[in-house]
Structures are given as C-alpha cells and as structure tokens.
Write a protein that binds this ligand. Structure first.
Ligand SMILES: Nc1ncnc2c1ncn2[C@@H]1O[C@H](COP(=O)(O)OP(=O)(O)O)[C@@H](O)[C@H]1O
Ligand SMILES: [Mg+2]
Length: 276
C-alpha cells in the first residue's frame, strides 16, 4: 500500500520541532583525507531526514561518527542535549540504532534469533546467556522472544522466523536488519542505503515500512541514492559533497538546487530518475 502525496504532506506538518539529534561541526580525518568536514545536522522528533550525495561523499563515515564506530576528529554529537559517547553499545543504549550499507546479520542464526540479539541491550541477560538458554534467564528469554516476534511481524517477516538469515532473500535480510535495530527500542533509526539492490516493488514496501516506523514515534535519518524515494519520504534533505554539506532544505528546495544537480551530473541514479 503506498501513501498519497497528500497523506505524506499531512504527516510532515505534524512533525514535532524539538531537536532529537544534533551534530555540530563534525569532522573526520583519515590521515591526510578529510572524509567529513565540519558537518552540522539536526534531526527533530518524528522527522524523516535524508542524506544524499555522490559515492565517497562521506555519508557512511558521518553515520559512523554518529554511532560511535568512529570518534570524530572534532565536533560534537548530542542526543536530547546529552553528548553521545563514542562507543557503539552506549550509543545504542542511549537510543540510536542503525542498519548498514552492507547488511550485517548473524548468518548462522535464525531471523528470530537475530532480532533477539537486538533485544538484549535492554534486558539484564546477555546474548550468550540467552543463546545457551541458561535457566536463570528463561523468563527474560520468553519476554524477549515475544517482543522479537512482534518486530518480525511489524516488518512482515513472521513466516521467516525460523529461517537462517543467510537463506533469506536479499530484501528480507534488509527488513530483518531493520527489525533487529527496532528491537533495541531506539528513538532514532539510521538507515544506510536501505533500498540498495531492491526492485521497485521492494522499494515501495521499504518506503511504506519507514513511514510506519515514523508513526511509532521514531525519527529517521536515511542515506539513499534513489532520489524519488528520498524526496517522497523526507521532511528535510542534506546533500553532502566531498565531506561538506552543500545544501540543506526541504525536498523541493534541494531537488531544484543547481549545485545539487551539478554534483550529480553524470550520475546514473539521477539519469534514471529523469528517464522515468
Ligand atoms: N576507515 C577508513 N579509512 C580511510 N579512509 C576511509 C575510511 N572510511 C572511509 N574512508 C574514505 O572516506 C571517504 C568517504 O567514504 P564514505 O563515507 O564511505 O562515503 P559514502 O558513504 O558517501 O559513499 C572515501 O574517500 C573513503 O575512501
Ligand atoms: Mg556509504
């Protein structure tokens, strides 16, 4: 089921304007290469923010700075006004979850077990205890299983609960990664190219899923190359080029900005969109 433009606009208007995540002047250098250069970006509660830019622009590196995988060379990242620690586990505990450009699942675990791994940052038991099914953790495990099944249902993967994740079709693996991220009870979900490699039908489903996630009250920051997807979905969009924010604005503003068009000139993604 796809949403009409009207519904999408109505949802955008109701977005709460309080700042959830604020990145201020984030810079990340690797030796002599400045991958992210003084990037500032805000995500408000209930908002869907897009991050676009050519390959190598620094989008994934910026995500890594937000999620504690990298400690930025300089700059500050705050969630609800509190500085985020540069440790992935603590960032997840603070309420920021993500998916990866290259899917990262536990390939020899079932879909359900993958989602349960996400639950354990919120329970006292650790994942090893749970997977070994130690008796003292059985009650918690039952609760976690129930919640994990709920997230699988939410992303439409109930029939795949007992399938090893490596045997799932590609689009299902992407949805499973989202379910695992949701199981950590985030306030903000970061998606790195969630529709890469998907067919148009799967892309539409992903779009619908992202709107449903927002309707749960989460904010979303999404990297994507599919322009139609981004501009349909996002309240605001930032375009990153060579590590710097080139333009930030509404979808309409960014889409029509000559600097953005120039940055993408010759890019097959945009040519595809023009042809469609
Ligand atoms: N760990 C790293 N070490 C050195 N260079 C890196 C590292 N990660 C990314 N880069 C470089 O930073 C730049 C931005 O990469 P990336 O953030 O992956 O771009 P994007 O996601 O926008 O395609 C690229 O030039 C890339 O080669
Ligand atoms: Mg990337």
């Amino acid at each position: 089921m796809t949403m009409t433009v009207h519904e999408a606009v109505a949802r955008r208007r109701t977005a709460d304007r309080t700042v959830l995540l604020e990145a201020s002047d984030v810079t990340m250098r690797f030796g002599g290469l400045t991958a992210v250069n003084n990037v500032s970006l805000k995500v408000h509660y209930g908002e869907i923010v897009g991050l676009i830019g050519p390959n190598g622009a620094g989008k994934t590196t910026f995500f890594n700075c937000l999620t504690g995988l990298y400690k930025p060379t300089s700059g500050r990242v705050a969630l609800e006004g509190e500085k985020l620690p540069p440790k992935p586990r603590q960032v997840v505990a603070a309420g920021v979850a993500r998916t990866f450009q290259n899917i990262r699942l536990f390939h020899n675990m079932t879909a359900l077990e993958n989602v349960m791994v996400g639950m354990y940052c919120r329970t006292k038991a650790n994942a090893v205890d749970a997977i070994l099914r130690l008796p003292r953790h059985r009650a918690e495990e039952r609760a976690a299983t129930k919640a994990a099944r709920k997230w699988l249902a939410f992303v439409g993967l109930t029939p795949a609960a007992d399938v090893l994740s490596r045997n799932l079709p590609y689009g299902d693996q992407r949805r499973l990664e989202i379910a695992r991220a949701l199981a950590t009870s985030p306030k903000l979900l970061l998606l790195d190219e969630p529709t890469a490699g998907m067919n148009p039908n799967e892309t539409r489903q992903a779009e619908e899923l992202i709107f449903r996630i927002r309707d749960l009250g989460l904010a979303i920051l999404v990297i994507e190359h599919d322009m139609r997807f981004i501009f349909n979905l996002c309240d605001t969009v930032s375009c990153l080029v060579q590590g710097e924010v080139l333009v930030c604005g509404t979808g309409a503003e960014v889409q029509s900005d000559p600097r953005v068009i120039e940055a993408y000139l010759g890019s097959p993604q945009l040519e595809d969109e023009d042809d469609a």
